[in-house]
Design a protein around this ligand. Structure first.
Ligand code: URA
Length: 238
């Protein structure tokens, strides 16, 4: 996902269809306000959420949205789908088509899903270098043994991608239920890891991302904006 940070002169030139010389003139004539201040430096860098006004006309006025959803099973983590209902269809908010998904869940997985219109925030949260932990509760068809713990901790080789998974923490809660913490998000990763033991996953629920826990007041399909405390929990990752 592309970061939307851009130099003010490039932005104005593209938005207004004028050349750089005319942009300089606009600024010299104090006709541009950036976040309420007269813009006088073409090198200023703005982003999607900078308020820009030219000659009293608003060119950009968007506020960031950060949403958590309790994704139900059977709904696709996508913005469009021909066959299934999408998580966007479940939202009832004016800006829903501006939002994108921060780390998908499979069709038959449930739990914490984040959505935002802030691509810098989502990119950092999902970037492999940041190693943000994601906690899942997994229900299995067959009982587990202690050897699963070391196999998850050592990492597993996936020949298709030619990668070895990063160390993952597996905690056995009961014979058929485990908690797994991953710092990456490979395709069907948890199902494939349990697949090594020929143990099908029958339930997969994401409990938290980077320490932010799904609000238990949210019923499947419900969502709410992140509050200041939620954003604070994630601040160290973004
Ligand atoms: N691992 C999976 O296999 N599926 C998910 O939805 C998330 C992690």
């Amino acid at each position: 996902m592309e970061s939307k940070r851009i130099r003010l002169d490039r932005y104005l030139s593209a938005q207004l269809g004028i050349n750089k010389k005319d942009v300089r003139l606009l600024l010299a004539q104090k006709r541009v306000l950036v976040d309420g201040e007269i813009a006088n430096d073409i090198q200023w860098v703005i982003d999607d959420f900078t308020h820009v006004v030219c000659d009293g006309r608003e060119l950009q006025n968007k506020s960031p949205s950060y949403v958590m959803m309790n994704k139900p099973v059977g709904v696709v983590s996508a913005t469009k789908d021909d066959q299934h209902k999408t998580v966007i269809d479940l939202l009832d908010r004016a800006d829903k088509h501006d939002l994108h998904i921060v780390g998908r869940l499979d069709l038959n997985s449930s739990g914490l899903l984040l959505l935002t219109n802030d691509s810098r925030w989502s990119r950092r949260l999902m970037s492999p270098e940041h190693k943000v932990p994601k906690l899942y509760r997994v229900t299995l068809e067959n009982p587990m043994s202690e050897e699963y713990i070391s196999a998850f901790a050592e990492g597993m080789y996936f020949p298709f991608e030619d990668i070895t998974t990063l160390p993952a923490e597996l905690k056995i809660i009961s014979d058929h239920v485990a908690e797994v913490s991953l710092v990456e998000g490979r395709y069907h990763q948890i199902k494939r890891m349990f697949g090594r033991f020929r143990n099908p996953v029958v339930g997969l629920h994401r409990v938290s991302i980077g320490g932010l826990v799904l609000d238990e007041a949210l019923m499947p399909g419900e969502s709410r904006d992140l509050n200041i405390e939620d954003l604070e929990v994630l601040r160290c990752h973004v």
